[in-house]
Each structure stands twice: as structure tokens, then as C-alpha cells.
Design a protein around this ligand. Structure first.
Ligand SMILES: [Zn+2]
Length: 136
């Protein structure tokens, strides 16, 4: 699948974005605390491939570890979290993780064809899948 430009939004539309994504690099689901509670299905892209089309003030930032360099902004109006921002050397420095569920111009057939990698984030075992993945 070549790089395509997708548009996405939160539920109420206050947060809107555009992202250039190559889904052939795979996507991720994880059992860490925030991915579990938000049912996150993400695709990691470079910051320059992501364009926030709405005002940053439409979101509230959220971080759950004082040492973390990952931000999980969410819409102030509807609570949906269309993307996250991070800077982790192990994944190549600065990145944006796009919430695939928030992409508006993708078909069910395209979604079904996307490769999903599972990560055992709950045990800080990010490069391996957890024993059970079917519920993620
Ligand atoms: Zn919203």
C-alpha cells in the first residue's frame, strides 16, 4: 500500500487532522494501561507526515508518567483522542501515533487488510506480543 493522505477527527469534529500514512509498515495494538482503557489501535508516523487542522486549544494534554515523553491529548468537548505525540529513541525519535479509529476516509475493507502487531506493553515488553491478544 503506498503512502496515502487520510483525514481524521474526534467524535464532535473539534479536532481534525490530516496524515500521510503507509499502512504496509504495520500498525499496533497494545495491552499497556492506556491502550487497554482507550482501545487504542495506532499507526506511528513521523511528525512531518501529520498536520493538525484544528486549533491545539481544542484538546487537553494528558501524560500519565512524569518521566514520560509521550503526550495523549484528547478533545475537550467529546473526550476522543485522535492522536498521540512522543519522542522515544527506540522508535526513532519524535513520532505521532494516529488513532486509526479516528480516520474518516478509510473503508472497512481497507481497515480489515491492515497488518496489526501486538505489543506486551503492560510488562514493558514492547517488542513482543502478550500471551493473549484476541481481546485487544
Ligand atoms: Zn471532539
Amino acid at each position: 500500500m503506498p503512502i496515502q493522505t487520510y483525514t481524521g477527527s474526534c467524535h464532535c469534529g473539534a479536532v481534525r487532522f490530516e496524515a500521510d500514512i503507509d499502512f504496509s509498515h504495520g500498525t499496533g495494538k497494545c495491552n499497556c494501561s492506556i491502550c487497554t482503557k482507550t482501545r487504542n489501535w495506532g499507526v506511528v508516523i513521523k511528525p512531518e507526515a501529520f498536520r493538525l487542522l484544528s486549533k491545539p486549544s481544542a484538546t487537553t494534554d494528558y501524560q500519565f508518567k512524569s518521566t514520560s515523553s509521550v503526550h495523549w491529548p484528547f478533545c475537550k468537548t467529546c473526550g476522543v483522542r485522535p492522536y498521540g505525540l512522543g519522542d522515544i529513541p527506540e522508535v526513532g525519535g519524535k513520532f505521532v501515533t494516529v488513532n486509526i479509529a479516528c480516520i474518516d476516509n478509510i473503508s472497512a475493507e481497507e481497515l480489515a487488510a491492515i497488518t496489526v502487531r501486538f505489543a506486551d506493553g503492560r510488562n514493558d515488553n514492547w517488542w513482543n506480543p502478550p500471551a493473549v491478544t484476541s481481546y485487544l
